[in-house]
Design a protein around this ligand. Structure first.
Ligand code: NAD
Ligand code: ZN
Length: 360
């Protein structure tokens, strides 16, 4: 038995208003006046002087606004990398991602592809990256995905939706300022928050569970219960706690895996473009046979926050469409093995998956 040797985020700042320190964090990392800092920022912040005025751009530094309407694609990463190379005299000093999982993943992927040949799609998988990435910083503005701590960047490519999982993927620096999450719309808060809750359930009930994952997962799950089921927290406390739940949930799956909701939600995302948070909710709602306790509590949370999930998103799909989703879901073998054990192929069939998708 050989144990995995995982990298972690080496530096983190936590605190309300800590985003103010961005310039002093970056300054010592500047390599030369020709080597800019490039900020990828969710375009919801485009006219937001409260946030933007705190970033001081020098020399060739620039901000690139990116929409989070769609999840990151390998071709989008390649395009962003090409733009940087065309517009800069030297490789950047750093890439800073400010936003949700979409922006954090883009920042990670761009920082890797600036120092590795070829196209982003060539690196979807496990440990395919050869060279260290450019210095990269993650600043979440919505909590739940755990993308701020994880060793992956999830991309949709021409053939698959799969992460670039590598030792070079984790951020070199993270800034956790819960104040940045204060204007997240209520529905999106729930969907992305539930991503964290589902990470906990899938990790804690999985066959890959170990004490490392269990301790982080239990902490994150307790925080989720407090945030989504109790009424005694102030907005500020909720934001801080969800930020830490996301972190711990991400740490929990680092040393285990996610499970069925994620596998099936990748299928929805690949075929229909359904986004991760809401997609996980749509799937998880139907997984009571696999996660009875977790789904029961999920339904209570959903009711408490008056969340109405979309229905019938698979109503008009063809057999070929179902096959595509099932293929994507089944290609994520470690997720199934974690959920159902080594002989998972005997427990779950294409027909069962199709029946589940048909309910959604
Ligand atoms: P997101 O980044 O897709 O953003 C969701 C919505 O919230 C967008 O409309 C965005 O503009 C908006 N938003 C974000 N911050 C806001 C703020 N402060 N105020 C107002 N609106 C705000 O959401 P997400 O759920 O964080 O990320 C989903 C992505 O994360 C998916 O692409 C998924 O694949 C990825 N993901 C990655 C990992 C990982 O480990 N790398 C893990 C889970 C999910
Ligand atoms: Zn997730």
């Amino acid at each position: 038995m050989s144990y995995k040797n995982f990298p972690m985020v080496p530096r983190v700042i936590f605190g309300r208003g800590s985003f103010n320190q961005i310039n002093e964090v970056l300054a010592p990392k500047r390599l030369s006046i020709n080597a800019p800092f490039i900020y990828f920022i969710d375009d919801v912040f485009k006219n937001n002087t409260w946030l933007l005025s705190r970033i001081s751009l020098s020399y060739e530094d620039r901000i690139v606004f990116v929409s989070a309407k769609e999840e990151p694609k390998t071709s989008q990463v390649d395009q962003l990398v090409e733009n940087i190379i065309l517009e800069s005299k030297a490789l950047p000093s750093g890439i800073i991602g400010i936003g949700g999982g979409t922006l954090l993943d883009l920042a990670k992927a761009v920082s890797i592809m600036l120092t590795n040949e070829g196209e982003a799609k060539d690196y979807q998988g496990w440990d395919l990256v050869k060279n260290p990435a450019i210095y990269h910083v993650g600043i979440p503005t919505i909590s739940g995905t755990g993308a701020e701590v994880s060793r992956t960047t999830v991309l949709t490519g021409p053939e698959k939706k799969l992460g670039i999982n590598s030792d070079f993927t984790p951020f070199d620096q993270v800034i956790l300022d819960s104040e940045l999450t204060k204007d997240v719309p209520q529905n999106q808060w729930f969907y992305t928050g539930m991503d964290c809750y589902i990470h906990c359930i899938e990790s804690l009930t999985g066959t890959y569970l170990n004490t490392f994952s269990e301790t982080y997962g239990t902490m994150a799950l307790d925080l989720c219960k407090e945030i989504f089921m109790e009424d005694n927290l102030s907005d500020e406390e909720m934001q801080e706690k969800l930020m830490m739940a996301s972190w711990h949930g991400g740490m929990s799956i680092a040393y285990s895996q996610v499970g069925i909701a994620h596998a099936m939600s990748y299928g929805l995302s690949y075929l229909l473009g359904t986004k991760h948070g809401i997609g996980n909710c749509i799937v998880f709602d139907h997984l009571e046979d696999y996660y009875p306790e977790g789904v029961k509590l999920f339904k209570k949370m959903k009711a408490k926050h008056n969340i109405e999930l979309p229905q019938g998103i698979c109503a008009d799909l063809s057999d070929k469409d179902f096959d595509t989703m099932i293929n994507v879901a089944f290609s994520l073998e470690p997720l199934w093995e974690n959920a159902l054990g080594k002989s998972w192929k005997k427990t779950i069939t294409r027909a069962k998956l199709k029946a589940l998708y048909q309910k959604m």
